[in-house]
Ligand binder design. Sequence first.
Ligand code: AMP
Length: 170
Amino acid sequence: MKKLEDLILTYKNFPKKGIDFKDVLEILQYPDIYQDLILKMSTNKFLKNAEAIISIDARGFIFGSAVALESSKPMIVARKPGKLPGHIFTREYDLEYGKNSLSIQSNAIKKFNSFVIVDDLLATGGTVNCVSKLLQDQKKEILGLITVIELKKLKGRSKFDFPVQSIISI
Ligand code: AMP
């Protein structure tokens, strides 16, 4: 019988030398384990108090959408460059393996005041920090981060002034 931990596959030196890439996609092939994971990600207090979820491009959408359905919360998205139509807010940030930027649709965020961020993995915290700054720039409140995996050696959570729920900490 497989456990969640067995479904996190590690690819050495991907997408760059020195990075141990943690692949969460295998989880989706085991609906019972995926469902159990989503239930665990959907039960914390800060999520209950949030008006909406914001999930991060692209694997964050897989888990964010399911948590949004399970918790009956609205969801908006933070996307990579060139993907979102209409008026957007954008910020650049450093990734464990390069640079990136994320955008949010201004129409989508104006409806809500408090958010929980959902992503697949917390590494250095640069990605989540970018999303939290995008929201704070618009005077929005961030109640917490929910993530499947946390790479605790990289101390990403020390960048945030909100709580983090990670299901697997390695
Ligand atoms: P960071 O900004 O350093 O916290 O990186 C987190 C984002 O980059 C997440 O959206 C992950 O999907 C991706 N990421 C960073 N490092 C890894 C890794 N070692 N394995 C898989 N994804 C990663």
